[in-house]
Design a binder for this molecule. Structure first.
Ligand code: NAD
Length: 459
């Protein structure tokens, strides 16, 4: 079936979807969860073929989906009820409430770095809110795209939810349709294309993009603890995590001890028995040759401009492998500070004080995530109050995403717009319609109807 015919079939089905009770929606979401669990082995195998992702990392993505489905199923009946709001003087005697209604047709253009999670996560909220949905997985994760398509078609009729596999040409064709909401995850270049396409139809939009996420380590931080956590955060998925710490601003007083601790942490996490990082099952590959070349180019450029290779820097182009790498002495003139690294490179920048760290952060766009490692409450507050980011973790990293549906996930400006997670997902794909019901009869005839001369006479 063509994209247009599915789009139109979904549109014709909106009345039915909207009328479904919370229990009907919940039953479908529970069936989706059961199918994801049932196909766990296939999903793990698919992601292993694409990124050499280990089972545990794929299971972590499935766990996030499980948490989201559980939470939404638990609260959906309440969220779907009209929410009565207080009256103001001007609405006295009337009934005021907010009714969440589905937006209609939702499109999810997904990416490849956590493909099963990103293909499915947004549509949980979209379907819970009573919308139809089309998923366009990334062509760079084609095995997961196929499993996603099989799972979705096993649970949902195509006039409710469908998957279109393929590359940019499929995304472009989809974008020619007047979706009510477009959800996009990926880089800035395509984000601009998606935003322009959304503008053509005044579609609502969520953009989940990336950027340069700073991590701050002040002189009071527990350095070896921070090093272990950041080594994990930076090297998870070989650095291909949107909320990964992109560059580390460390107080010069503790810079050397941080670098030593980070080296030890990398060995402890990814080469504990000395068999080599390349043989570590928990250390994946870069997704494509062009991503491999891009990350290698960033490392080479930084070294040619004076950065110090503290650790790693080994490559195997055939396997798209770059070993866990630490660079210090990095400056803004290097390409590595002008784009998101999205690879297994820890960029360390020594700073004299908090003001210097803040000015480095301000030279970049507002990030998706910002991390602060410190024992000093006033330093923590200084960075919280003087910066902006989609999310922040104090004394850890990466743990804010997919772990607690009471938190919202999303970016700011260049790192994205819109929020999902728990109630935010329901809200993101709903229209909160304000309804005022006036009593029947003459009681509510406004005193300020014309002729206004009556009012002036009273004043
Ligand atoms: P991308 O932007 O190249 O591709 C993403 C999607 O866009 C794919 O489905 C692709 O088919 C589609 N696409 C590509 N060209 C297109 C075109 N011309 N028109 C329409 N659609 C097109 O993906 P990428 O840049 O390799 O993804 C990595 C980026 O994603 C990183 O910046 C990362 O930070 C970001 N990311 C963000 C989040 C988040 O939740 N904020 C999560 C994961 C990844």
């Amino acid at each position: 079936m063509t994209i247009s015919s599915i789009f139109n079939a979904q549109k014709s089905n909106h009345g039915v979807l909207r009328a479904r009770s919370s229990q009907q929606r919940i039953r479908q979401l529970q069936a989706l969860r059961a199918k994801l669990i049932h196909r766990k082995r296939d999903i793990c195998d698919a992601q292993n073929k694409e990124l050499k992702t280990c089972d545990m990392d794929t299971e972590a993505q499935l766990m996030m989906l499980n948490i989201e489905i559980d939470f939404i199923c638990k609260h959906l009946s309440r969220w779907m009820k009209p929410r009565r709001v207080k009256n103001s003087q001007a609405t006295m005697g009337k009934k005021c409430y907010i009714q969440y209604e589905p937006k209609g047709s939702v499109l999810n253009i997904s990416t490849w770095n956590a493909p099963i999670a990103i293909n499915i996560m947004p549509i949980i909220g979209a379907l819970a809110a009573g919308n139809s949905a089309i998923i366009k997985p990334s062509e760079l994760a084609p095995h997961t795209a196929t499993v996603t398509s099989e799972i979705i078609s096993a649970i949902f009729p195509r006039n409710q939810c469908a998957v279109f596999e393929g590359g940019p040409e499929i995304a472009q064709e989809l974008l020619n349709h007047p979706f009510n909401h477009i959800y996009y995850t990926g880089g800035h270049r395509v984000g601009r294309i998606v935003m322009k396409a959304a503008a053509e139809n005044f579609s609502d939009i969520t953009l989940e993009m990336g950027g340069k996420n700073p991590a701050i380590i002040d002189a009071t931080a527990e350095v070896s603890n921070a090093a272990l956590k950041l080594a994990w955060g930076r090297m998870a998925n070989a650095g291909q995590v949107c909320i990964g710490p992109d560059y580390i601003l460390v107080d010069q007083m503790v810079e050397q001890s941080f670098i030593s601790a980070a080296k030890a942490a990398l060995i402890r996490l990814y080469n504990p028995r000395g068999y080599g990082f390349k043989n570590c099952a928990e250390f994946p590959r870069l997704i494509s040759d062009s991503h491999f070349e891009r990350v290698k180019g960033l490392i080479d450029d930084a070294i040619s401009k004076g950065a110090i290779l503290e650790f790693g820097g080994e490559y195997d182009a055939e396997q798209r492998y770059i070993s866990p790498t630490i660079l210090s002495g990095v400056s803004d003139t290097m390409a590595i500070m002008q784009e998101e690294v999205f690879g297994p490179v820890m960029v360390v920048i020594g700073c004299e004080n908090s003001e210097q760290m803040l000015s480095a952060i301000k030279r970049q766009h507002k990030p998706l995530a910002l991390y602060i490692f410190s024992k000093n409450r006033s330093t923590i507050n200084y960075f919280l109050h003087n910066t902006s980011a989609g999310s922040t973790v104090v004394n850890h990293n990466l743990i804010q995403s997919g772990t607690n549906p009471n938190l919202a996930f999303g970016g700011v400006n260049h790192s994205g717009t819109g929020r999902i997670g728990g109630f935010q997902s329901f809200l993101e794909f709903s229209n909160p319609r304000s309804i005022v019901e006036s009593p029947l009869g003459w009681r509510d005839i406004n005193i300020n109807f014309p002729p206004y001369s009556k009012i002036y006479k009273k004043l």
